[in-house]
Design a protein around this ligand. Structure first.
Ligand SMILES: Cc1ncc(COP(=O)(O)O)c(C=O)c1O
Length: 409
């Protein structure tokens, strides 16, 4: 079965917005277009329920129920428990709070491993623990391919390892790491896996139970919804953490690692993403199934469509001797996040030219500085990043290819 792209695009106001007409959007790894189901829920909340939640008067009761629903429905889609879902302001801030909450779980001299493939969100806060007596080991990427190697990880692991932080999918290299395998390795040594899923989740929500990571984070503004970070934390780990909220929140797991006051409207409207997913499922399938099964079915549609587009684009890019594709050059284990380096032309000029062809692209290092250092790629100007999602069309890929041909020639 194929994804009904017209139906999909009809759910995103950006595709009919006159000021965006003719512009092809290829900076989705920076943030996706929001779906109408989320926008409607958010504006509805601001109109009808913008009061303190969980009081017995109707506007407040409903506001609380809408928030509770987001926890419940996200948990069902991700195949975990409701009490294991947390909403914070962003993934960067969520990791920062986790690092403070987890430091007391470890003693001086204990080791943690941080990958050099990560966005700084899942690196900096962990590395800072080095100042407080924790030994921080770096899991470097290959200087040629930018990939992480599990044999290298094996060399770093020991009985002293308490945690490994790594991405499910890098926001520069686009390679999908074998989380199940890495998590198993970590477990053998009694280490916790903290996985940054920000690069992966826009291409389909993962089944977190099957994946096995202990902590998994992603950002909802990259998955068609609000500017929030979602974090999954296994119950048996959160009970070992130090409370980061007010002293009277001790033992209230929902609040302990999200010290900021919750953004009621954004949390309540986060389930708009799942209204969109439900709608996609109902449009393509008839069978009544669980949310986890729905998620699997729509993921297959998304991945098949994205792969067709990715194969076309990579086939074109491989023919160009005047550019370098960072990382692997086929669609195997790859999300559509492709970074390129023009070899014969100035990167800034190529980028500028691409913009004149109505192409919205990324340029720079995208806060993922460490893989650039490992691969000896200059941080300035960095790379040109092309990233797309299931709502992207083949026509937009052709527009991109035409633009690249003109800009590189
Ligand atoms: C792979 C990856 N991880 C983490 C982040 C940080 O997410 P947030 O902006 O929610 O802090 C980003 C943002 O671009 C990202 O691409």
């Amino acid at each position: 079965m194929n994804l009904d792209l017209d139906f999909v695009r009809a759910q995103f106001p950006a595709f009919t917005e006159p000021t965006l007409k003719g512009w092809a959007f290829f900076e989705n790894a920076g943030g996706s277009y929001p779906c109408i189901q989320f926008i409607d829920k958010l504006t509805d909340f601001y109109r009808k329920n913008k009061v303190q939640v969980h009081y017995p008067y109707p506007a407040s009761t409903l506001a609380g129920e809408l928030m509770d629903k987001s926890y419940k429905r996200m948990a069902s889609y991700l195949n975990v428990k409701e009490s294991e879902i947390h909403f914070g302001p962003s993934t960067t801030q969520n990791v920062y709070v986790l690092a403070q909450a987890m430091r007391p779980m470890w003693k001086d001299g204990d080791e943690i491993i941080v990958s050099c493939q990560d966005h700084e969100a899942n690196a900096g806060a962990w590395r800072k623990l080095g100042d407080s007596g924790i030994k921080v080991l770096e899991w470097h990427v290959s200087s040629e391919t930018g990939l992480l190697n599990t044999e290298d990880l094996n060399e770093l692991l020991s009985s002293k390892t308490k945690m490994i932080a790594y991405p499910h999918c890098s926001n520069v290299i686009g390679y999908i790491n074998p989380v199940q395998e890495i998590t198993k390795l970590a477990k053998k040594h009694g280490a916790i896996s903290v996985v940054d899923g920000v690069g992966l989740a826009p291409h389909g929500f993962p089944d977190l139970k099957a994946l096995g990571a202990d902590i998994y984070l992603f950002s909802l503004y990259k998955t068609f919804g609000p500017h929030l970070g979602l974090m999954y934390v296994k119950k048996e780990i959160i009970v070992q953490m130090e409370n980061q909220s007010h002293f009277f929140k001790e033992g209230i797991w929902k609040n302990m690692i999200t010290p900021a006051g919750p953004d009621h409207a954004q949390i309540a409207s986060a389930s708009g993403i799942l209204d969109y997913f439900d709608m996609i499922y109902d449009h393509h399938f008839q069978e009544e199934v669980s949310c986890g099964e729905k998620n699997k079915a729509i993921n297959q549609l998304f991945i098949k469509h994205e792969k067709e587009l990715l194969d076309r684009l990579l086939a074109f890019l491989r023919t160009r001797k005047d550019l370098r594709i960072i990382g692997t050059t086929t669609s195997e284990n790859r999300a559509p996040i492709i970074s390129i380096l023009p070899l014969n032309k100035n990167l800034d000029e190529v980028y500028k030219k691409l913009t004149t062809h109505h192409l919205m692209l990324g340029k720079g290092t995208f806060y993922a500085v460490r893989p650039f250092i490992d691969m000896n790629i200059p941080l300035d100007p960095g790379v040109i990043r092309i990233s797309f999602l299931h709502y992207t069309s083949m026509e937009e890929i052709e527009q991109l290819i035409r633009g690249l041909e003109k800009a590189l020639n």
